[in-house]
Design a protein around this ligand. Structure first.
Ligand SMILES: Nc1ncnc2c1ncn2[C@@H]1O[C@H](COP(=O)(O)OP(=O)(O)OP(=O)(O)O)[C@@H](O)[C@H]1O
Length: 240
């Protein structure tokens, strides 16, 4: 088993964003990180990936400290950024070999559920869900033991959300995966553990009720009692 550690991470821009943050993800785990806008989720993923340097702190694989060049050259961490990164005028079938020279991996993507429906289209012609699913197939099927996903569910229609959820569950067998997304209900379907990034640090979360108690949600639909729970107000709703 491999363990990715972030140790004592500090990062400030105009404000203090991350404050002595400690985190670990093992291969075989999917960890969700929630947090309100601007709390530093993307910044933290970029620090884990080595794209930006923390002001203090370090990233380790088991007990070895990683540098940004070792993360890239040793193919340790793959990263799905928030914004699309594929060239717009290339077709789906032509883009697969750019990421995967191995024929078996190419086939895994080409014949993945649903891809046949849009394989001959150009990237600019894809619907948002098709694009995000394709990006995840390309990045997730790399051999890297860790995978960071920045908002994989953003604006994705239900059918492709299901494909993405199935794919994450499959990738979990051979990787450690960290997901940040505001579509928390989708994230909760695939995670083994969750945290809320709040005041620069990670708070452990085990349910929607914890997200409510920590102020990330204002209300949520209680699974047993059919009411929308609030910190102070319980509003009855029809059971129909
Ligand atoms: N390169 C930068 N220079 C200055 N400030 C930055 C930079 N990158 C991020 N920030 C600031 O750091 C804070 C955290 O940004 P970040 O994108 O990590 O938040 P986030 O939790 O991912 O937000 P969201 O949920 O909106 O995607 C924000 O206030 C942002 O404006």
């Amino acid at each position: 088993m491999r363990i990715l550690h972030a140790r004592n991470i500090h990062k400030s821009y105009a404000d203090n964003i991350l404050n002595d943050l400690n985190f670990q993800c093992k291969t075989g785990e999917v960890i969700g990180i929630f947090g309100r806008n601007g709390t530093g989720k993307s910044t933290f993923l970029k620090i884990l990936f080595g794209k930006i340097k923390p002001d203090q702190g370090s990233i380790h694989l088991n007990d070895r400290e990683l540098t940004s060049s070792s993360i890239i050259s040793e193919k340790l961490i793959a990263y799905l950024p928030q914004d699309s990164f594929l060239p717009k005028n290339t077709t789906v079938q032509d883009i697969i070999p750019f990421f995967h020279s191995d024929g078996e991996a190419q086939d895994r993507i080409f014949y993945a559920k649903g891809v046949g429906n849009f394989a001959s289209r150009k990237i600019k012609e894809l619907a948002i869900g098709q694009l995000r699913y394709l990006e995840l197939l390309l990045v997730g099927n790399l051999d890297h033991p860790f995978l960071l996903l920045d908002e994989p569910f953003f604006m994705v229609e239900p059918l492709y959300k299901e494909y993405i959820i199935e794919l994450i569950k499959e990738l979990k067998a051979r990787k450690g995966i960290v997901i940040t997304d505001h579509y928390y209900q989708d994230v909760l379907k695939v995670v083994s553990k969750n945290f809320l990034l709040k005041n620069g640090n990670l708070v452990s979360i085990s349910s929607e009720a914890d997200l409510l108690a920590e102020g990330y949600l204002k209300t949520y639909k209680h699974p047993d009692f059919l009411y929308f729970a609030d910190l102070n107000v319980k509003e009855e709703v029809s059971s129909k």
